[in-house]
Design a binder for this molecule. Structure first.
Ligand code: ATP
Length: 428
């Protein structure tokens, strides 16, 4: 007999189901097993009087075990689990579990030690499925818009971007580095003639910081596309991409997210508000008496991001806000500049940065100049070559997938990631 899923069970039809036993209750006359698969759960009821042999199979079997049952689903008004129960005629214990070391209210670090058990909860299953659905929605949008998915190397020969916060690895008799982002290679793809590319892949950052929003390895949804007129085109595309991702999440899981996380999935309207950094500073000062510290002038910091969100909600009733016109010393050398202003943006959502994006400098001479200015030319020699033999104007951005999902569900990044990696965490 072929296994069927719990939500496919038909009354009185001989069927086979299997899953984790999330609860086993052994009473005087009955044994009740709550069996869970990816579609839901059902109570399996065994009568000790009439099903003695079957009950024996469950001797010493505790919650966490994986069990297969053959039998029939029947309707019963006494059963809480959706008025349905499963009456087995065969029991097959596929994997006998030991008692879970994870207590119900364990702290996040203990939960991470036993992450695979922790992830079995309904909330965590939803969390992972929401992330998958968000990426699915964005992927579909990219395919629809003529994008090609690429896979760039994560082992690289030169420290990308700035040289700081890069992980160094031993690579035979030389050094290699773990890619901080696919930035250079997605641009190379455009110089290769692909006009629109995306990648969903890990980024590595040797940032020794313990915040609720940084991991040393995270997943980035990266976009780069050619023949843009300005970075406005890049922001326009990001709006559509996020709307596609969130619409899919809302449609599939909106109600469940409300129920389990008490969070509303709001599909944003277009256009998202856009504001220049200088103007934002003025608003933050006027409204919240906030002044950006000297060190961060020309850029944002966590506090300013929180207030920018507050401002967007108050002024525009919008959860998203693009911030533009950062200072050139605070932006990557490869951002195109006009009148000395980097043609890029950050996107803030629910109090945190979820994206940086820009039109890139595709003119070799200009790019080299900007590189020299930051003293990086030697490090990025190979990258500069990409622009020597023809490259269309282009731009792009990266959305931190974990960062996004964490804000969507109101979690910390440790709670949100499938397996978190931080300065003190390399296991499991
Ligand atoms: P932050 O200022 O938050 O450290 P960043 O400016 O270093 O971010 P980018 O290099 O622009 O970020 O990366 C693009 C996106 O990737 C960010 O907007 C964010 O969503 C995500 N991201 C960046 N660093 C991390 C990290 N350490 N952990 C999780 N997500 C990250």
């Amino acid at each position: 007999m072929k296994r069927i899923l719990i939500n496919e069970l038909v009354e009185n039809e001989e069927s086979k189901i299997s899953g984790f036993a999330s609860k086993i209750r052994d009473t005087k006359y009955m044994i009740f097993v709550i069996l869970k698969d990816r579609t839901g759960s059902i109570q399996v009821s065994l009568d000790k009087g009439t099903q003695e042999e079957l009950c024996k199979e469950l001797d010493g079997v505790i919650a966490g075990s994986v069990i297969e049952f053959e039998g029939k689903m029947v309707l019963s008004e006494y059963v809480k689990q959706g008025g349905k129960e499963f009456i087995p005629s065969k029991v097959n214990v596929l994997s006998k579990a030991e008692a879970s070391p994870l207590e119900e209210n364990a702290n996040i670090d203990t939960r991470m030690d036993y992450r695979w058990i922790d992830l079995r909860s309904e909330k965590n299953q939803l969390m992972l499925n929401v992330q998958s659905t968000f990426v699915e929605g964005m992927r579909e949008h990219c395919y629809k818009e003529g994008f090609t998915e690429i896979h760039t190397p994560k082992l690289i020969g030169a420290a990308s971007e700035s040289g700081s916060d890069v992980f160094e690895v031993k690579y035979f008799d030389r050094k290699a580095y773990l890619a901080q982002s696919p930035q250079f290679y997605k641009q190379m793809a455009l110089a290769s003639g692909l006009e629109r590319v995306f990648e969903v892949a890990p980024c590595f950052r040797a940032e020794n910081s313990n915040t609720n929003r940084h991991a040393t390895e995270f997943t980035s949804f990266d976009i780069e596309f050619a023949y843009i007129d300005s970075f406005e085109d890049v922001m326009d595309f990001e709006e559509d991409l996020i709307i596609a991702g969130l619409s899919k999440v809302k449609e599939r899981y909106g109600d469940k997210i409300k129920e389990l996380f008490d969070k509303e999935v709001i599909v944003p309207t277009k256009p998202f508000p856009r504001i220049k950094l200088e103007d934002l500073y003025k608003e933050l000062e006027k409204r919240y008496n906030y002044q950006i510290p000297e060190f961060d002038v020309g850029d944002m910091n966590a506090e300013a991001e929180g207030l920018a969100y507050k401002y967007a909600m108050e002024e525009f009733g919008h959860e998203f806000i693009f911030i533009t016109d950062f200072k050139k010393t605070k932006r990557a050398f490869y951002h195109m500049r006009k009148n000395d202003i980097p043609q890029g943006f950050d996107l803030i959502w629910r109090g945190a940065e979820i994206t940086s994006g820009a039109q890139r400098e595709h003119r070799y001479e200009e790019l080299k100049k900007q590189c020299d200015e930051k003293g990086l030319t030697k490090d990025v020699e190979f990258y500069l070559q990409f622009f020597k033999y023809g490259c269309p104007p282009h731009g792009g951005f990266a959305i931190g997938v974990d960062r996004f999902n964490m804000l969507l569900l109101g979690l910390s990044i440790k709670e949100e990631m499938f397996i978190f990696r931080g300065p003190n965490r390399l296991e499991p």
